[in-house]
Design a protein around this ligand. Sequence first.
Ligand SMILES: [Zn+2]
Ligand SMILES: [Zn+2]
Length: 238
Amino acid sequence: MKPWTRNEFCEHVYNVARQTMRGLRTEPTTERVIYLPHWWTKSEIRVFSEASVPRRTVDLIVDAIAERTREVLPALKFDFRLLGNHESSARQVAASLVNGEIDEMKLFSLALSENWRDESRGGRQHGDIYITTKPPIGDAVSWAASTFQHGAMLFCLTGDRVNSREFLRKVTLHETGHLMGQYSHCDEYKNVAGFTYTEACNMHYACTYAELCKKCRTHFLWWWRGVLDEVEAQSAGT
Ligand SMILES: [Zn+2]
Ligand SMILES: [Zn+2]
C-alpha cells in the first residue's frame, strides 16, 4: 500500500468522522431509520452486567473505560451508571441470541434505536456497556466488541475470562478506543509518514499492550475535531 502523508491521514480521519456524524456510515435499522451517534453528548454511560459477572470485574472494566476516555477526550468526563442485570438490557440481550450466542450487531442496533436514548420518547442520550458471560456468534476467539456509531460495547466473558484481569483491562482499553472513534486497527495504517510503526500499541487487533502509539493518539485528535465540527455545523444549520 502506498504511504500516506501525515496530512492525508489526518484529513481522512477527520472526513470519516464528519460523514459518521451525518449518518453516512451507519446501517439503517429494519424500519429504515438512521440514528445519528449522539450517545456521548450527555456524558453518560450505562453499564449492564449479568449476575454471574463479579462486581470486581465490572469495576475493572469501568475503570479502564474511564481511563481511556479521559485520555482521548478529557472534556467529556463520563458519568457511569451501574445498573446490573436490569430487565431492559436482559431483554435486549435475549433478543440478540442465536442458539445461545450473541449477535452483537443485532444488540448494537437495538441499543442505538432504543427509546431510552430518545428525548422525544422520554429518554436521554447515553452509551451502553453490556457485560455478559455468553459467547459471541460464531466466534470463539473474541472477548468484546464496540463501535462509535452505536455507542455500545459488548463483553463475552465465557469460562474463566472474568478472572483474567490483566488481559481484560487491555481488551477494555482497546474496545474503548473503538467506542471513542477508532474504526480501524493500528496495523491497517502502517505506512503513515512521520509515525514510526510499532507493534507496542493497544489498537492492534491482539491488544497485547496497554499504551497507545503516537499515530493512534493523532487519530483520536482528528476524529473528535471532525465530530465536534460536524455537530457545530449541524446546529448552525449549515
Ligand atoms: Zn497505534
Ligand atoms: Zn479491535
